[in-house]
Design a protein around this ligand. Structure first.
Ligand SMILES: NC(=O)c1ccc[n+]([C@@H]2O[C@H](COP(=O)([O-])OP(=O)(O)OC[C@H]3O[C@@H](n4cnc5c(N)ncnc54)[C@H](OP(=O)(O)O)[C@@H]3O)[C@@H](O)[C@H]2O)c1
Length: 302
């Protein structure tokens, strides 16, 4: 069982690990399968569920809504996080010619209305702008987010894949400060610890969210030299952490950063979710955190 850690004084906290649904429909689950997975997440203390309008080519939110409806009361045990702002062409939208971003107030409002309908609820706990839209002013985006909070359709607003300066600019126009910046962070992609993103999170007392904490599975790819080095180093330190696996040490590595990132678990397998939550009780020693950094980078610290 993992524990909640208080965060963001203005609003509320999420479970310290989040379950992500980007790949939810990859193995063709039934609503009952998804319902079982969500209920198991609740039992394990993983009550925050990350999704997005675009996931499964705009089909995952509906699948989640259908699955939650099978267990009355389940939705109220969950914190729902969704995102919007990415629009790609396809059969779902025959008139759309080119993939693009749209973070205008009007589009964000329309997307949230749709998400609430598909998720079958009146409010989501957290709504994120999925990617920065270079063609929309921060005033327009902030107006949309502020209005959605005022209307009670979203409890809190945040962003994803924003640079530190993009975050600061938008945050300067928010009535309630942005809750998070959801960014790619894992042993094979460490940019947020050096590009200012996680420094800013600490400054603003905002906990970031880390997507693809296992590098989308690349961490286990024997064709990746960094993955091979990591497997060896992890095997060498495993005994000090109760036989922890590479996967558990990789989650712990993400969670050890002082900005306290929420890792988003991406597996479709229940037994791997069960294994993942054990990482929240691992306290990596300083030299072990750096040993994993060195193995991943293939060089010593400068
Ligand atoms: N904001 C954004 O732009 C953005 C972008 C990407 C993702 N996200 C969020 O982050 C979540 C997690 O991303 P992710 O799915 O890339 O996470 P991840 O945990 O890094 O990768 C999951 C993938 O790794 C595989 N995997 C897990 N454990 C494994 C193991 N021990 N051995 C081999 N393969 C293993 C999984 O396969 P199995 O299913 O077979 O276990 C799955 O294909 C997403 O669901 C989404 O919510 C957000």
């Amino acid at each position: 069982m993992i524990r909640d850690v208080p965060s963001h004084p203005q609003t509320f906290s999420l479970s310290s690990m989040v379950y992500g649904t980007w790949r939810l429909l990859d193995d063709g689950p039934s609503p009952q399968d998804i319902n079982r997975r969500l209920n198991r997440c609740v039992e394990l203390g993983v009550t925050a569920i990350d999704t997005a309008e675009i996931y499964g080519l705009y089909q995952v939110e509906e699948a989640l809504g259908n699955a939650m409806a099978l267990s009355p009361g389940l939705r109220n045990k969950l914190s729902l996080i969704t995102k919007a702002g990415i629009y790609v062409p396809g059969a779902h939208s025959p008139t759309r010619k080119v993939g693009h971003y749209d973070a205008t107030a009007a589009q964000l409002s329309a997307s949230v209305e749709r998400s609430l309908r598909l998720l079958r609820c009146e409010q989501v706990e957290l709504f994120l702008v999925h990617r920065p839209d270079w063609l929309t002013s921060i005033d327009d985006t902030a107006r949309g987010l502020n209005q959605l909070v005022q209307e009670g359709k979203i409890r809190s607003a945040g962003v994803s894949n924003y640079s530190a300066s993009q975050f600061a600019a938008l945050n300067s126009r928010m009535e309630v400060p942005l809750f998070t910046n959801q960014v790619e962070f894992h042993l094979l992609h460490m940019d947020p610890i050096v590009d200012g993103c996680f420094d800013q999170c600490q400054q603003e007392q905002v906990r970031p969210m880390a997507w693809s904490p296992l590098a989308g599975g690349r961490l286990f790819d024997p064709n990746e030299s960094a993955a091979r080095r990591l497997a060896e180093v992890a095997a060498g330190m495993s005994y000090r952490y109760g036989g922890a696996t590479l996967e558990q040490l990789a989650y712990a590595w993400v969670m050890s950063h002082p900005s306290r990132p929420y890792p988003i678990i991406g597996t479709n397998r229940i037994e791997r979710i069960e294994s993942a939550v054990k990482a929240s009780s691992i306290r990596l020693e300083r030299e072990d955190w750096y040993a994993l950094w060195v193995a991943a980078q293939g060089r010593h610290v400068p």
